[in-house]
Structure formats: structure tokens, C-alpha cells
Design a protein around this ligand. Structure first.
Ligand SMILES: *Cc1c(COP(=O)(O)O)cnc(C)c1O
Length: 231
């Protein structure tokens, strides 16, 4: 199942790149393996996948510590400051930083472990009440504040778009995130590069690619539906 699903997703990524005149190597697939057993990650790994996404700190820690060391782990969930210790030093990229308070906790843990931590700032473009992430208008100020922390590098922006029936409804959200990243890049802030745009999930990753995504985060489309009850 995973093999067929991956083939299907990769083909759709290829097609979206072609449609939008983008280079295939500029778009990377993150296999979102949250709630799924290590065996399924190993299966995707054996098929050549190396980027995996998790949204719970302890779950990422456990999987990280038991699976091959050349896997790149992406932390994509809401991160509480008391769980930062599980993630710093294990995640290659933390996609979900949305407050100075959290960034300061990541800075402190990075000092302790003597590492530089790469992060994205999570933007709640749609301004959904139920979502984490900072609002669009507040993002530049937050980026400037986080940029002062010497053990953190801001590599770009991330958003979670609403669940919609028709992915076209999210096109403007992706476009706004890209425009914001262009705006921030033009400010040439130290420790800030805007090379990464993490946007698009199973339901809407093709539209996200057309609007400039460099990372798409696909879970269900690769590993199937998640069952939170039996977890
Ligand atoms: C679960 C999750 C995904 C993957 O969602 P699917 O719809 O299963 O592809 C992507 N991004 C984040 C932040 C998630 O929590």
C-alpha cells in the first residue's frame, strides 16, 4: 500500500512542478508518520524516503532514537516549552514556532546541547481561532525578535491551511504566505533566510506546490487514515 501511495504522491508532485514551471528538486516531500508504527516508516525508508514528520515530542524522540540516523525529522506539531528538550538536537527542522516564549526555550536548550536549531515560524494565515500560529501582520516583528537568539536560524515559514472540500479554496492562503516570505526576505535580517515554505497536506499539496511550497507534508495520502482510538 505504502509503495503505491508514494508512487501516486510523487507523480502528483512531478505534475504540479511541471504545471507551474518549478524544478522538481525544489520541492521535498515530508512523510507525516504521526501515530503510525516504526514498521511503516521503515517501509517508506526502504523505498528511499528520508524526510519524516511527527507532531508529538515524545513520539518523535522514540522513533528518532530507534530508526536509522540518516532520517531527517521534522517536528510539525504544537510544541510546549516543557517538551522542547525531546525535540532540540533530534529534529532537523522545527516547523511550528509561533511565540518568542517558545523560541527562548529552544534557544536555552540549544545552548545546553551546544547546537544550532533550525526553525520555521508558523503563520495562521486563515486566522482560524482553533489553530496555533501567529497572525500574518505580527509575523515580521516576531521574526525580528527570534532572529536575535544566537542558537536559532529561521529558515522560512509554515502554515496549516483549513480543511476544505475543494483545495482551490486554499490557494490564496498559500499565496499570502509566499508573499509574506518575499517581504521578509527583502528586509535582509541577520540569521533569517526565507528559503523554505512548508505548506500543503494530503488534501491540497498540489495547489501549495503551484503557489511555491518547498516542503509538502503528506500523511494520509501515504500511510492511510489515522486511527487515534487504537493508538
Ligand atoms: C497531520 C499533519 C499533516 C498531514 O496531514 P494529512 O492530511 O494526513 O496529509 C501535515 N501537517 C501537519 C502540521 C499535521 O499535523
Amino acid at each position: 500500500m505504502i509503495q503505491d501511495n508514494l508512487k501516486n504522491v510523487q507523480e502528483k508532485i512531478d505534475a504540479a512542478c511541471e504545471r507551474s514551471g518549478r524544478k522538481r528538486e525544489d520541492v521535498a516531500l515530508i512523510c507525516v508518520s504521526k501515530t503510525k508504527p516504526a514498521e511503516m516508516i521503515k517501509e517508506a525508508y526502504a523505498l528511499g524516503e528520508r524526510e519524516f514528520g511527527e507532531n508529538k515530542a515524545q513520539e518523535m524522540k522514540e522513533k528518532h532514537d530507534m530508526l536509522p540516523t540518516d532520517i531527517h525529522w521534522h517536528f510539525i506539531g504544537h510544541l510546549q516549552t516543557n517538551k522542547v528538550k525531546y525535540v532540540v538536537g533530534r529534529a532537523d527542522l522545527i516547523h511550528s514556532v509561533d511565540s518568542l516564549h517558545l523560541a527562548e526555550a529552544i534557544e536555552a536548550e540549544s545552548v545546553k546541547k551546544d547546537v544550532i536549531t533550525h526553525i520555521l515560524v508558523e503563520v495562521n494565515v486563515a486566522e482560524e481561532e482553533s489553530k496555533f500560529g501567529i497572525f500574518l501582520e505580527e509575523t515580521v516583528n516576531l521574526v525580528k525578535e527570534i532572529a536575535k537568539l544566537p542558537h536559532i536560524r529561521i529558515d522560512g515559514l509554515m502554515t496549516i491551511a483549513p480543511f476544505v472540500e475543494n483545495p482551490e479554496e486554499n490557494r490564496m492562503i498559500f499565496r499570502k504566505l509566499r508573499e509574506l516570505s518575499v517581504d521578509i526576505r527583502s528586509k535582509n535580517i541577520d540569521n533569517v533566510s526565507m528559503g523554505i515554505l512548508s505548506m500543503g497536506m494530503t488534501n491540497d499539496y498540489e495547489v501549495a506546490i503551484e503557489e511555491g511550497a518547498t516542503y509538502v507534508r503528506v500523511g494520509t495520502g501515504i500511510f492511510g487514515e489515522r486511527n487515534y482510538n487504537i493508538k
